[in-house]
Design a protein. Structure first.
Length: 460
């Protein structure tokens, strides 16, 4: 396939020459997903010309793959009739996602452009909670009756399946529209034509409610390995489906949100390159202020031990080394536990098992770092007198402190996400910087307490 730059130049040239016949022929072999990133950077006038020439189906398909900024730019360039045609051609789930990203007054203006039937569908989907399955479902599915033969079902699929979201799954409903089962289309293709549909049913299906959270839907897609899942109302009447392509977007959004929170910032909700600088600063500043106030406690802890530091200045040399090791261990534990929670590798009731593992891991990691710290001081003391005649006691202080602080950091980092989850908060908010700040303060207390016990009577 040609490079995007050359394709963009070719499309722009055809538009400039107003050679609509050649342009339409040029666009025919392109897949919407490949075409969208190529045309997204075209000017407003070029985008409008392109969408006027292409078929409504191609325009709708390409539109769903375009960035939000390009989508809004395009709609402004089209006249009202063209914009209405495009909006009416969009799949209901993709249209709902687009409208949800717009300011309320703009979304209401676009809703008014829809046909009565499409407007009713759009309003019904937008009425569900923001991160619910109802906002993501589409009404484009194929449903057949159990008393039909395979021949009748296939004829129905051929007649009504052209504009459906997916044909991988066919849903079987009763006379009242209640879901009975879902059947992979290949079972219809491989069955005798006169075989009743009810003989294809195995009862092995799952379903979602429109109010279910999208994270629950994501877990079910992973568990049942489906390309689509049915959505039913309180009477088990089939009202829509959710497809795997939407779930991939959800997985990306959830992972992005968790990573951003782990980095010590609020979720941006927009791409990094397009979010307004003021909004990004606002989202980052809140956490930085909280962490800064937390680090002020570190200064308070240092001032509490100022007498010990004055009598044994050598202790101050190892403060950054010791407390950063605890923070790093805590950040590691928090990241591992948060990810394991997200993947469903354990439940909250397994907290004791997690604590035992982190206790053992923290102790071993502390011993490794403690041994390295002791050897570093011992070797350095053979060539320098910087640590004084009591360097073995200083080395022991650092080594024992590292064991305790790394162990404590591992326990805090692993348990804090579980506590937040139990309280109903997002575990990702126990971000690595937050854990590190918390361990910094407590690490100082552990360090100087160990120093007092070991060095009392000599340096202290």
């Amino acid at each position: 396939m040609m490079e995007q730059a050359s394709v963009k130049i070719e499309i722009a040239a055809l538009i400039a020459r107003k050679d609509h016949v050649a342009l339409k022929k040029y666009l025919e072999p392109w897949l919407p997903a490949d075409l969208a990133p190529v045309i997204a950077d075209l000017s407003v006038e070029e985008l409008a010309s392109l969408f006027r020439v292409g078929s409504r189906e191609l325009a709708a398909a390409v539109f769903t793959y375009m960035p939000l900024a390009a989508q809004r730019k395009l709609l402004k360039a089209l006249n009202q009739e063209q914009a209405a045609a495009l909006l009416n051609a969009l799949p209901p789930d993709d249209r709902t996602i687009f409208l949800n990203e717009l300011p309320l007054d703009v979304a209401m203006q676009l809703l008014a452009m829809l046909t009565p039937d499409e407007r009713q569908v759009a309003q019904a989907l937008l009425a569900y909670p923001e991160h619910s399955v109802g906002r993501m479902m589409t009404l484009d599915f194929v449903a057949v009756r159990p008393e039909w033969t395979v021949r009748e079902a296939l004829e129905y699929i051929r007649t009504h399946g052209y504009d459906r979201e997916t044909l991988n799954m066919v849903y079987v409903i009763d006379a009242e529209g209640r879901l009975i089962d879902d059947v992979r289309v290949r079972r219809f293709l491989l069955s005798a034509l006169e075989r009743p549909v009810r003989e294809l049913l195995d009862g092995n299906f799952t379903m979602l409610a429109p109010t279910d959270d999208r994270e629950k839907a994501l877990a079910l897609f992973k568990q049942f390995d489906r390309v689509a899942l049915p959505v039913v109302d309180e009477n088990k009447k089939l009202i829509g489906i959710v497809t795997v392509d939407d779930m991939l977007d959800v997985a990306e959004e959830e992972a992005t949100e968790d990573i951003q929170k782990l980095g010590g910032t609020e979720a941006l909700d927009e791409p990094y390159t397009t979010i307004a600088l003021s909004r990004m600063v606002k989202k980052r500043a809140s956490w930085l202020v909280v962490l800064f106030l937390g680090e002020m406690l570190t200064a308070s802890a240092m001032s509490y031990f100022e007498d010990e530091i004055a009598r044994a200045v050598v202790l101050a040399l190892f403060v950054p080394l010791v407390i950063s090791s605890g923070g790093n261990a805590g950040s590691q534990a928090a990241t591992l536990v948060i990810r394991a929670l997200a993947l469903g590798e354990f439940k909250l009731r397994d907290w004791w098992r997690v604590m035992r593992r982190e206790f053992a891991a923290g102790a071993m990691l502390g011993l490794i770092l403690g041994a390295i710290g002791y050897l570093r001081i011992a070797i350095w003391s053979q060539f320098s007198n910087i640590y004084g005649p009591h360097w073995p006691l200083v080395a022991a202080t650092v080594a024992v402190s590292l064991v305790g602080i790394v162990l404590w950091g591992s326990l805090v980092g692993s348990m804090l996400p579980l506590v937040l989850k139990r309280l109903g908060f997002d575990p990702a908010t126990s971000s690595a910087p937050f854990v590190a700040t918390l361990v910094d303060v407590t690490g100082l207390i552990i360090y100087f307490s160990v120093a007092y016990l070991i060095l009392h009577g000599t340096l202290l």
